[in-house]
Design a protein around this ligand. Structure first.
Ligand SMILES: Nc1ccn([C@@H]2O[C@H](COP(=O)(O)OP(=O)(O)O)[C@@H](O)[C@H]2O)c(=O)n1
Ligand SMILES: [Ca+2]
Length: 407
């Protein structure tokens, strides 16, 4: 795909009517839905654009509902209902004079990628009908399953835009690590020539945004999100007799017996009394799922990475970072905490019985999967300048750009 943004061109369908002079700054809006595997979210952005410069984000309104669309696999109408609730927020916050020029788009990620095609399409169709009945601008392909390459690239665009690295000085761009429920992404702009040669061909993607051109390393690993990883550790992925079995792991409190629902399926799970539980046996279990499954690039050990989504949430639950502040940590902080939590399951009341497993998985993913050093620093951030760290802003920029180039 090649997009050529054309600034300052008058386009009454998309831009606010005030864009008649390039000297006037213009306010316009965009609505991006993130249909993730664990929840659906709305991002309502207001943008300001001055003349020929790329648009700036003025503000974001963010709301979310749980569970995600994939949980409504057998009731698409009810699934669309959760989207309607969120769309009402947009009606309440965007001035009605701007509704017909404000694009609304929903992009689904790994939860829907994992559903049978027909079921996923039925859900998307319900949402599309909802959008078409709304007063907002409905672009072509307003509702879709996003491919994993875009998920990584667009999150990279968001974080580098928010941290001021996007236009011009490419040497200082930061990498991103996104850990969802069902998939995980790694994206960075290679500086070492060797990375471009060593990487698998389909891990290198060229992308243009606001007249800048980027050649990125990016990959989305489907099935390596935190929640699907839990099922893999438990041996419950694709298991046939889900109703009659209890799935066990040494990563869980030995006496635990509980139930857990994911993507509309109920799983019985628990610990193992017969074998030693704790970090070492848990790590050994998990490594089998990770070793040699992910591409490793030497360069990442020395680069700055922003990590968010479950990296952030579980670090908060484990007390590694403050829920509001986030902060800089090292890869080994996850391991240190995992060892502590797995040693005394009874103490870990806060972060659910899965905290030992999750922290151990994150440690293994970072070290054995991507090949980070113990000492590699990670920036944990939920928001930057009050805007969510998510692919959604990058997707909104991309949408604005493509609407303009096809207008
Ligand atoms: N705007 C957002 C969206 C998701 N998330 C986090 O992303 C994780 C869930 O990922 P997800 O439901 O998007 O799953 P995937 O479809 O990306 O695999 C949770 O830790 C959420 O808190 C977030 O921190 N901010
Ligand atoms: Ca996500």
């Amino acid at each position: 795909d090649v997009y050529s943004p054309q600034y300052g061109i008058e386009n009454p369908d998309i831009l606010p009517s005030r864009l008649t002079s390039v000297n006037v700054s213009n306010v316009f809006y965009g609505i991006m839905f993130d249909a993730g595997s664990t929840g659906t979210r709305i991002h309502i952005y207001s943008f300001i654009q001055k003349g020929l410069e790329p648009p700036q984000v003025d503000s974001e309104i963010f709301e979310s509902v749980k569970p995600g669309l994939s949980a409504y696999v057998d009731d698409p109408e009810q699934g669309a209902e959760t989207v309607r609730e969120l769309l009402d927020v947009a009606k309440q916050t965007i001035p009605s004079t701007h509704w017909h020029t404000t694009p609304v788009v929903l992009k689904a990620t790994a939860g829907l990628r994992l559903l049978p095609e027909q079921k996923a399409q039925a859900l998307l169709l319900e949402v599309q009908e909802l959008f078409e009945d709304s007063p907002f601008l409905v672009p072509d392909e307003c509702v879709s399953i996003m491919n994993g390459t875009y998920e990584g690239i667009l999150a990279w665009i968001t974080i580098n835009f928010l941290t001021g690295h996007l236009y011009g000085a490419n040497e200082n761009t930061v990498g991103i690590l996104d850990l969802g429920g069902a998939s995980t992404q790694i994206t960075f702009l290679p500086q070492a020539e060797g990375t471009l040669h060593a990487a698998p061909k389909d891990y290198i993607s060229s992308f243009e945004m606001f007249n800048n051109f980027y050649k990125l390393y990016t990959h989305s690993y489907l099935g390596f999100g935190l929640k699907v990883a839990r099922l893999a550790v438990l041996g419950a992925l694709d298991a046939k007799d889900v109703d009659s079995r209890r799935f066990t792991s040494s990563c869980l409190p030995p006496s635990l017996k509980a139930e857990w629902k994911f993507s509309g399926i109920n799983y019985k799970f628990g610990g193992i009394k017969e074998v030693p539980s704790g970090f070492q046996s848990c790590y050994t279990e998990i490594i089998k799922l990770i070793q040699k499954k992910l591409d490793q690039q030497d360069e990442i050990k020395r680069r700055t990475f922003y990590a968010f989504s479950y990296y952030y949430d579980r670090a908060v639950d484990a007390g590694i970072i403050d829920v509001e502040e986030g902060g800089v940590i090292r890869v080994k902080d996850f391991e240190t905490k995992a060892i502590e939590v797995c040693k005394d399951f009874n103490k870990a009341t806060k972060g659910s019985p899965f905290l030992c497993m999750d922290l151990t998985y994150i440690t293994a993913l970072l070290k054995e999967g991507f090949g980070f050093y113990d000492n590699t620093e990670l920036q944990l951030a939920k928001k930057v300048n009050n805007i969510e760290t998510s692919w959604a802003l990058g997707a909104a920029f991309h949408l604005i750009q493509s609407l303009r180039s096809t207008a």
